[in-house]
Design a protein around this ligand. Structure first.
Ligand SMILES: Nc1nc2c(ncn2[C@@H]2O[C@H](COP(=O)(O)OP(=O)(O)OP(=O)(O)O)[C@@H](O)[C@H]2O)c(=O)[nH]1
Length: 439
């Protein structure tokens, strides 16, 4: 299954929550405009249709700063065939010559007088121009000819639209807050979306496109694959609260790096929980990667040192160190992590090269607090967000990006070994808003 549709299916709870909310908002105060043509769903970030590539393993997006070639955009959907309709009675008004081809893109929008506009472009985010962003300025339906249809206009169909005003903005803010985007981020996204568009009539689909574009813009700067350094072994310390998905993520990462030809060693640093060690061993077997363990209750720093020695001796490319996630005693955890770092620095003064914080998306706004805490006790260099499948709280990732600007290296979308995906802001924003894209 194409990755986008998989992600979208799995983020269904988030997107359906937004979907339902948006429909309710537009219905509340909106009006059906008979005979108004609805545009084909156009996607601002989708250029030429190309075949979709297989999802790449996370490590293949390296080396930094080279970005993985953008995933090929998903082809535009075929225009839906609609049953033949009797010709509709045209609205009274000036007719255009029927054979005149219609432009694919609308003319630049000139705001009507009195419509609130920023007098000069303020520094900071500018409104994203969305193709097809002027529904009220589309050419009259009756002027569409064969070419107009070929160029992506649908048959006329009643569409519910609501005028974008302060009330509607407030409802949109509330909806985004309910989707766990957080107050500040929700306000920023909606006000950017509204900039230059107040007074315009928008359909649900158009709002989704605008929101998705704004969300993608917040996410873009943090979408960074795990940087790989020429250093051997590259030491990746994996931190996070119990149950956030550290073990699973280490297993998935190990498997992907190994598939990419890297030699990987795992250290089971949560020596206080036998179950955690066993689980890591299972993942090591699955990934075909050795897991270094130590007797229950032994010093994790000593295990980390042994693992470092082994990884160096074996010429491993990557050493992934699992750690405990007890936050109940923050001081102990902080000392434990600090000791691991001190000890591995005896072997390599630059280690750890990455400190990955694993966050569970289902905890919603708690993820923000966890970032704050772990940034104090460890030098967090990047994030992995797990369990984005089947949660209605995916919006928290946007809040994290907006608040901390820490790189988001990958996302977990399931419990299987290949359910770790590179983080693609546009795909994520589309999946989150329920924006239709071709599968
Ligand atoms: N649905 C889903 N479940 C996940 C994902 N990642 C991890 N899990 C599940 O979350 C649970 C906890 O994952 P672990 O990897 O054990 O979490 P941990 O942080 O290592 O937990 P401790 O070992 O208790 O410290 C397991 O049941 C995993 O299968 C994901 O992306 N999606």
């Amino acid at each position: 299954m194409a990755f986008f549709s998989k992600l979208k299916d799995r983020l269904f709870k988030s997107s359906s929550k937004l979907d339902e909310g948006l429909e309710a908002i537009v219905e509340d105060g909106g009006a059906v405009e008979p005979g108004e043509p609805e545009r084909e769903p156009e996607h601002p970030q989708e250029p030429e249709p190309q075949p979709e590539p297989e999802p790449q393993p996370v490590p293949r997006r390296e080396p930094e700063p080279e970005r993985e070639p953008e995933p090929a955009p998903v082809p535009e959907p075929e225009p839906e065939r609609e049953p033949e309709q009797p010709p509709e009675v045209p609205e009274p008004g000036p007719q255009q010559p029927p054979e005149q081809p219609q432009p694919t893109d609308p003319e630049p929008v000139t705001p009507p007088p009195g419509r609130p506009q920023p007098s000069d472009p303020a520094p900071g985010p500018q409104p994203v121009e969305i193709p097809g962003d002027a529904p009220d300025e589309l050419p009259p339906q009756e002027s569409r000819g064969m070419l107009g249809r070929l160029f992506g206009r649908r048959e006329a169909k009643p569409v519910m639209r609501r005028t974008l005003d302060d009330d509607m903005l407030e409802s949109l803010e509330e909806l985004l807050i309910a989707a766990d985007m957080g107050v500040d981020t929700a306000l920023r996204v909606t006000s950017n979306m509204a900039e230059g568009r107040l007074g315009r009539k928008l359909s649900v689909e158009e709002i989704k496109r605008l929101l998705a574009a704004e969300i993608a813009r917040v996410l873009e700067p943090v979408a960074r694959p795990l940087p790989l350094y020429p250093k051997r072994p590259q030491v990746v310390l994996v931190v996070g609260v119990n149950g956030s998905g550290k073990t699973t993520t280490i297993g998935k990462l190990a498997s992907q790096f190994r598939a990419a030809g890297k030699k990987v060693v795992i250290a089971a640093g949560d020596t206080f929980r036998a179950a955690a060690v066993e689980q890591l061993q299972v993942w090591g077997e699955r990934a075909g990667v050795p897991v270094l363990t130590a007797p229950e209750g032994s010093d994790p720093a000593s295990l980390a040192f042994d693992a470092m020695t082994k990884a160096q001796a074996e010429g491993a490319d990557l050493l992934l160190i699992d750690t405990a996630g007890r936050l109940q005693n923050r001081q102990d955890l902080m000392e434990e992590l600090a000791k691991i770092v001190r000890v591995i620095r005896k072997k390599d003064p630059e280690a750890p090269h990455n400190t990955l914080l694993v966050l569970d998306a289902t905890t919603g706004q708690n993820a923000l607090t966890q970032v704050e805490v772990f940034r104090k006790i460890a030098d967090v260099s990047g994030l992995v967000m797990t369990k984005l499948d089947g949660t209605a709280k995916g919006g928290v990732l946007v809040a994290l990006a907006d608040r901390f600007g820490l790189p988001i290296h990958a996302i977990g979308v399931g419990e299987q070994i290949d359910d770790l995906a590179p983080f693609d802001p546009e795909e994520f924003a589309a999946a989150l808003t329920g924006l239709e894209r071709a599968a």
